[in-house]
Design a protein around this ligand. Structure first.
Ligand SMILES: [Zn+2]
Length: 206
């Protein structure tokens, strides 16, 4: 976990969004390799192990990185996410996270990898979060998910900036707050159109 991306993380527990306090037991350069992330609101602690932030016990089996990194696939995903010279922060979930390194080669964007396949390198890796997206609201320019999960898509929307793009498998339920821009047999791509209501139990305080 690159130290510059630590402040994008938020406690996923059902309380108002809170940043996490990092305690490092091992670092390499600007990377936190082993340590803990503590929530000052609910007291939850999340481990950083082998450079990845763990928000739950395990990820679903994903295979190993490298299986789907063809150049055509990378170009396609870059187009769907609307990459340009502005860069920005993007979330890649599941098998598409295997394309993070190749995407970083063609864009100034930065990536947060959510449940990537084993052995996927990355600046920021989140594991064990399931359908949760433990990130600050409105910070992503785009997100691509690999699983047709309605809860995961809805969680990703909350982390998107206005006009931020969400790419999802074609059979994913379209969450509130997304306007579909395009659709084919594999994916739909939409953009965040407006304010999204909060999940039950969360209140916004500004
Ligand atoms: Zn908390």
């Amino acid at each position: 976990m690159h130290v510059e991306l630590l402040d994008t993380l938020r406690c996923p527990a059902p309380h108002e969004g809170s940043w996490l306090v990092a305690t490092a037991s091992r670092t390499e350069g600007r990377y936190l390799i082993e340590g803990t992330l503590g929530c000052p609101v609910c007291g939850a602690e999340y481990a950083i192990r082998d450079g990845a932030a763990w928000f739950g016990e395990r990820d679903a089996a994903q295979g190993i990185a490298g299986a789907i990194k063809s150049e055509d696939e990378v170009t396609r995903l870059a187009a769907l996410l609307g990459f340009d010279e502005r860069g920005g922060l993007f979330l890649l979930e599941g098998t598409v996270a295997a394309m993070g390194e190749a995407l970083a080669d063609v864009s100034p964007a930065r990536f947060i990898l959510h449940a990537p396949p084993d052995q996927t390198p990355g600046h920021a890796i989140i594991r064990g979060a399931g359908d949760l997206v433990p990130l600050a609201e409105g910070i992503l320019r785009g997100a691509a998910i690999s699983r047709a999960s309605g809860p995961l898509a809805a969680a990703a929307v909350r982390a998107l900036a206005l006009k931020g793009r969400l790419v999802a498998p074609a059979d994913t339920p379209v969450p509130e707050g997304i306007t579909i821009l395009a659709r084919d047999e594999r994916n739909w791509v939409g953009e965040r159109d407006a304010v999204v209501s909060q999940p039950v139990g969360l209140t916004r305080r500004r």
